[in-house]
Design a protein around this ligand. Structure first.
Ligand code: FE2
Length: 222
């Protein structure tokens, strides 16, 4: 898998480019930065924005704290850029957990517009959750951690710098384009209000070692 490629137009893209390393921010929080985000965004970005438009047309007025527009059928898209991201997410899962198998239980894209955010929450069906920053806020819109994915959980040591198990701080993983952030699904995370005039696109996966029974809709979609 490490040496496998996926064809995107005329370009053969490695699922795991040489030199990309998974780094720890904490024993439970990982990230990796991929160098080919411009290509992936150029292919997947317009499709996700079309999905956003359809979502907002169907949903009407939406609470700003609902995590932006959700594009939820991306797992079945015949889109090589999305296929690359799915394979990359599964490979990252295997590298972190040492599992031999990876099954995507759920995946979706979130498109945030000005003022939208999502409060602290976790995901309960799976072992790991992953978030890919396809189009994060511009650096000028990131002041004070605006539009940032944050982590705050009593089981994450860096969130508890003064007393174990007592959350007095948060972690803000890197927010640059092409960053994949990974953590156990039970870890509490959130997105602060996006304050730019454009859009913010992230893609998320919940991954388990085996195909899970039951319906993914049994859990909140956030
Ligand atoms: Fe989440």
């Amino acid at each position: 898998m490490l040496n496998e490629h996926i064809q995107i137009g005329p370009i053969s893209v490695p699922i795991w480019p040489k030199g990309v390393r998974i780094q720890n921010m904490d024993p439970m929080v990982y990230f990796a930065v991929f160098p080919d985000n411009d290509l992936i965004r150029s292919v997947a970005g317009p499709k996700l924005l079309a999905g956003e438009e359809a979502f907002r047309k169907a949903e009407g007025d939406r609470w700003v704290g609902a995590g932006g527009a959700k594009v939820r059928d991306i797992g079945s898209w015949p889109c090589p850029a999305m296929t690359l991201l799915h394979e990359r997410a599964k490979l990252a899962f295997k590298m972190i957990t040492k599992a031999k198998t990876a099954e995507i239980d759920d995946c979706w894209a979130s498109v945030y517009r000005k003022g939208e955010f999502i409060g602290p929450h976790a995901h309960r069906r799976t072992e790991m959750s992953l978030v890919y920053h396809l189009e994060p806020p511009d650096p000028k819109d990131r002041a004070e951690f605006n539009g940032a994915l944050g982590i705050t959980d009593p089981r994450v040591a860096k969130c508890c710098p003064t007393s174990p198990g007592c959350v007095t701080s948060q972690i803000y993983p890197p927010l640059d384009p092409g960053t994949l952030v990974m953590f156990p699904s039970f870890v509490v995370h959130y997105v602060t209000p996006y304050l730019g005039d454009g859009h913010r696109i992230s893609i998320a996966w919940n991954i388990a070692r085996e195909k899970l029974q039951g319906n993914v809709a049994d859990q909140p979609l956030l």
